[in-house]
Design a protein around this ligand. Sequence first.
Ligand code: TXA
Ligand code: MG
Length: 318
Amino acid sequence: MTRISKNISEAVTILKSNDVVAIPTETVYGLAGNIYSQKAIKKIFEVKQRPFFNPLIVHVHSMAQVDELVSEFPPEAKKLATTFWPGSLTLILPKKDTVPDIITAGKNSVAIRMPNHPTTLSLLKALNTPLAAPSANPFNRISPTTAQHVKEYFNNCIPLVLDGGPCKNGIESTIIGFENNTAVVYRFGAISIEDIEAVIGKVQIKTTSKTTPNAPGMLAKHYAPKTKTYLSNNLEDFIQSHPNKRIGVICFKNPLSNQHVAHTEVLSATGNLKEAAAKLYQTLHKLDTLNLDIIVAERLPDVGLGKSVNDRLERATK
Ligand code: TXA
Ligand code: MG
């Protein structure tokens, strides 16, 4: 049986013995293995049923550890790292030969992030080896934001979930790479485009799989609950056109008083986009357990983290 524990030294022992551990971060829980352990990394792909063409994010605790992994750290990337690390930003950088091909799916770049979670930073320091960690969910399912979510997904398949409480940001990191010296956003995430642009100026957006052969994980269908999910600009109209269904509704700030709705959740009563993003996955997880016929979410304003939430909801509806 998978254990949930707060004990960092237990996680160290397991990771040193080439096994995997689920770890908390401020975005979502990750399924972690030592990047130099073939056995652990293979197990990550196996447990997640993740295709080998989809590369992993490497987690570090210091800039010195980044030097061990990258052959070049462009000034704009360094500016972003200095501003946002530890934090919810992943940088795609040219890799050194020492980074195993299985981590990068044979690409000559590596995805790196310094997570902002005290438990995982302590773990990384204790190990002093970078950890590869994709989100700890089976392929195409909603990312976990509590230790319990991970246990529900992978009970008996992994030895330990290191419990760091619920994830504060609750949505994956923003991914940024560089093409011809221009910053390119490959995944919307917990840091808004506006905040990135305040540091390095205008960025290019390539977040759909058609435009991103470079970010193989950004498939159109992703982050999906088991219950059929829709995204709507007008909840009242949507509900009216789906009679005789048990509908679960996700509202942005104002709850809906509609008698045909089986269950309503509000993402942020004060209309705060950061709070809405933080609550998104836990809300989808919850609605998915209620035996609803359908889930419908209200589209958020297309600014700041509203963009990230809309992006995830669009992928959940495919
Ligand atoms: O917030 C997060 O980033 C979480 C936590 C655990 O850190 N991790 C996470 O990992 O979301 P994952 O594997 O679920 O998503 C990683 C994404 C994938 O879409 C993958 O294709 C992309 O990063 N990626 C990884 N390495 C890449 C590379 N070298 N070039 C382009 N995209 C890359
Ligand atoms: Mg993921």
